[in-house]
Design a protein around this ligand. Structure first.
Ligand SMILES: Nc1ncnc2c1ncn2[C@@H]1O[C@H](COP(=O)(O)OS(=O)(=O)O)[C@@H](OP(=O)(O)O)[C@H]1O
Ligand SMILES: [Mg+2]
Ligand SMILES: [Mg+2]
Ligand SMILES: [Mg+2]
Length: 355
């Protein structure tokens, strides 16, 4: 299989970082700060970024990383830095040989800060660049809702390996989501799922563990013949996508069920395994540029599960021009068979819109 080592390292790295995030969720201190764009960041985001970049640099020293966070706040706040350092030292896979594959523990605070700061790549069209979102859906994480640890390898600007760790999604791929509440039925199998895909090799899901990787199962999008029965997934935050436009599109498509609101790239994972059908992320403003780390992993997973992803105008997402998708506006994901119909309707709604 192509990119076998990259996939294994990415899955182990995400699994270890997911352990760290779970320990933050159950602890008293989340160390939440407000960033310059007034979005939240926690000690979990910093710690998970440090651990994942250390894993990548151990296995693939010359690869670059575009990571959401940097260590500036930790370098200027010793108390915050120590909280992150405590977390990073305790998050370990319980299988020693797997822990070894991702480099074992980080050996000093300085190395941790340097690892976090190694996510400053500007991205670009050539070579191997990882896109990392250590906690996607930080607002969901703080609410106890959905969030995802997201890692993708871009090869010459194309998402090629994608891994999503979703600690709060049910393990079962057959789980039913209640559209009106967004709640997942309890399948009895528990929570925590790891989605993964390699371009050209299909997509899988498996239980998120604290040690060796569980066995993966192939996943695919639900065959959807009747759009009236479709389930639309969208974000929770009205500031991140236009709920009004999403609803207008669903109505025009004849969708009858209420949409399901989930934070993070859990939306991509959910539609990839047939627990939903469409993902709509209509822009709220003309100015916002989507970040590559918010989409790269989810895109390859949906594509490999039989779906198509583009922006709201039907234009392919261009991951090759830097840290943002500046040539795109919004995101739409759907099964291939109905994708053209969905884009046609999205364009009608956008054309009628006054900004
Ligand atoms: N204005 C605007 N428009 C679109 N997207 C934005 C915007 N502002 C922030 N962000 C990014 O949204 C990321 C979270 O996306 P979600 O899908 O989880 O949003 S939602 O909370 O479910 O609505 C979130 O990722 P994290 O910061 O990793 O949580 C941000 O990168
Ligand atoms: Mg953020
Ligand atoms: Mg994000
Ligand atoms: Mg994030």
């Amino acid at each position: 299989m192509a990119y076998e080592k990259e996939l294994e390292i990415a899955m182990l790295a995400v699994q270890r970082a997911a352990l760290l995030t779970k320990s933050v969720y159950t602890s008293h201190t989340k160390g939440t700060l407000s960033k310059s764009d007034s979005s939240p960041v926690t000690i979990g985001d910093f710690g998970a970024q440090g651990l994942i970049i250390a894993s990548i640099k151990h296995a693939f020293p010359s690869d670059e990383v575009v990571g959401e966070e940097d260590a500036d706040d930790l370098r200027s706040d010793a108390q915050l830095r120590d909280l992150v350092w405590d977390l990073v030292q305790t998050a370990k896979l319980d299988d020693a040989s797997e822990e070894e594959k991702i480099g074992g523990p980080i050996s000093s605070v300085e190395k941790m800060l340097d690892a976090i700061d190694s996510g400053r790549s500007q991205g670009g069209p050539s070579g191997r660049i990882w896109a990392l979102d250590p906690i996607d859906g930080t607002k969901g994480f703080l609410r106890g809702g959905q969030y995802a640890v997201c890692l993708a390898l871009l090869v010459d600007g194309v998402p090629t390996v994608g891994v999503l760790g979703c600690p709060n999604l049910p393990i079962s791929d057959d789980v039913v989501i209640d559209s009106s509440t967004g709640a997942h039925a309890d399948s009895g199998e528990g929570k925590g799922v790891l989605f993964a895909a390699v371009k050209g090799e299909g997509a899988t899901s498996r239980p998120l563990t604290s040690g060796a990787l569980a066995e993966g199962k192939k996943i695919s999008m639900k065959p959807l013949e009747d759009l009236t029965q479709a389930t639309v997934c969208e974000g929770v935050e009205a500031g991140h996508s236009s709920h009004g436009d999403n609803a207008a599109i669903a109505t025009k498509l004849g969708v009858t069920k209420p949409s399901v609101r989930l934070d993070s790239q859990a939306k991509y994972g959910s539609i990839a395994r047939g627990a939903g059908d469409l993902y709509l992320r209509l822009p709220v403003s003309k100015a916002y540029q989507e970040k590559i780390w918010d989409h790269a992993a989810g895109v390859v997973i949906v594509q490999e599960a039989g779906g198509e992803v583009a922006d709201a105008w039907g234009k392919p997402l261009d991951f090759s021009i830097g840290r943002t998708l500046k040539e795109n506006k919004g995101v739409v994901a759907a099964p291939k068979s109905i994708f053209p119909k969905v884009i046609e309707v999205v364009k009608e709604v956008l054309d009628a819109k006054e900004w």
